[in-house]
Design a protein around this ligand. Structure first.
Ligand code: SF4
Length: 346
């Protein structure tokens, strides 16, 4: 098997799903790194990695989706529920500017009080106050819920947001795009088909989007490969409009599902498979947010880019620790053999 896979990689031929599965389970470590790095270096400078500083602001923790892997949400009548004021959101954006950051990502929950009109007003004010920053304004999952409670189609919702200046709605809320997984862990968070129909409406409106994945919930490798297969097909059918793919790892603390966090070697092997299988994605991103400096080993397994996050309550509640010692993280990057190069938002 390895000979025919190697031959495909060297001659730019597409890998099959069964080959992706085989690579993850059987490929010798050095060979996997070598193949993923070969593929990476076709598109990116060898021994360089790009990064940016960003914050993830969670402006409400109220959510009715009840995902069993979530450590962040509270239900609508819970006294611990909050919705940040505009001033508090600005205070956090200012903090990011202080850190030299360039992107703010808003990521919250399915709050039944927040419809498309709420988001339009909030985002318009934010754009006016911070024209120099890039905003990732919602995840696809939040967008779908906001459309639902606003009684709008995804096309109508996307057009309304585009009209108020929204540039990005990220591919967050994907986790594992496989129906059985979603039915088991997040039945209120829409089907795979619905997810992609919302993402298509977003792209068709002229708003940009990204591809994401989270692994380590106890899903099977077949379910992970299914996620990649559906995503690769979507990207083919949509003029390769998604610029990047980011894979996080599940943090198991403080939620119903619990479990054990996956090790870094498993994460890196999976990144290598993503680089080799997702031949229609340019940027494969490794997750400092959930794996800290260890994530940088992913650069030797095909990843080419990473974030330095300044805050994200969602993952911090689940056990993530965020370091603001960016110099130390960038030094680790150099020690692993990659020169970190700061980049602008895509
Ligand atoms: S993961 Fe997101 S959608 Fe699911 S319960 Fe948590 S906040 Fe809500």
């Amino acid at each position: 098997m390895i000979k025919s896979i190697e031959n495909k990689v060297l001659t730019n031929k597409r890998l099959s799903s069964s080959e992706a599965l085989w690579l993850f389970e059987n490929c010798p470590e050095n060979k996997l790194k070598q193949l993923a790095s070969f593929e990476r270096d076709k598109q990116h400078a060898a021994n360089k990695a790009t990064y940016l500083v960003m914050s993830i602001i969670n402006f409400t923790n109220v959510c009715v989706a009840l995902c069993d892997y979530c450590s962040f949400y509270v239900l609508p009548r819970d006294k611990k529920g909050y919705l940040l004021s505009f001033d508090e959101i600005c205070r956090r954006v200012d903090e990011l500017i202080h850190f030299g950051g360039s992107i703010v990502s808003f990521n919250s929950g399915f709050n039944p009080k927040l419809n498309i009109s709420f988001y339009q007003k909030l985002f318009s004010k934010i754009h006016e106050k911070y024209p120099q920053l890039t905003f990732f304004e919602m995840t696809i999952a939040e967008f779908m819920f906001a459309c639902q409670i606003s009684k709008m189609t995804y096309n109508e919702g996307a057009k309304a947001l585009k009209a108020c200046g929204t540039q990005w709605i990220t591919g967050g809320g994907a986790e594992i795009l496989e129906e059985k997984f979603r039915q088991q862990h997040s039945p209120r968070k829409y089907t795979v088909k619905e997810y992609f129909s919302a993402q298509k409406a977003i792209l068709d409106s002229g708003i940009n989007s990204t591809a994401t994945m989270v692994i380590g919930f106890g899903e099977s490798i077949e379910q992970r490969v299914q996620h990649l297969e559906t995503l690769r097909h979507f990207q083919d059918s949509n003029e390769r409009k998604l610029p990047s793919f980011l894979c996080w790892t599940y943090k198991p603390y403080g939620n119903l599902l619990g479990g054990q966090e996956i090790g870094n070697n498993e994460y890196c092997r999976w990144l290598a498979v993503c680089r080799l299988y997702l031949d229609n994605f340019k940027h494969i991103r490794t997750s400092v947010l959930t794996k800290n400096e260890e994530a940088l080993y992913g650069l030797s397994y095909g990843a080419n880019d990473f974030d330095l996050p300044t805050e994200d309550e969602v993952t911090e509640k689940a056990g993530a620790t965020i370091s603001h010692d960016f110099e130390a993280i960038l030094s680790s990057c150099k020690e692993i053999g990659f020169e970190p190069v700061r980049r602008e938002p895509f």
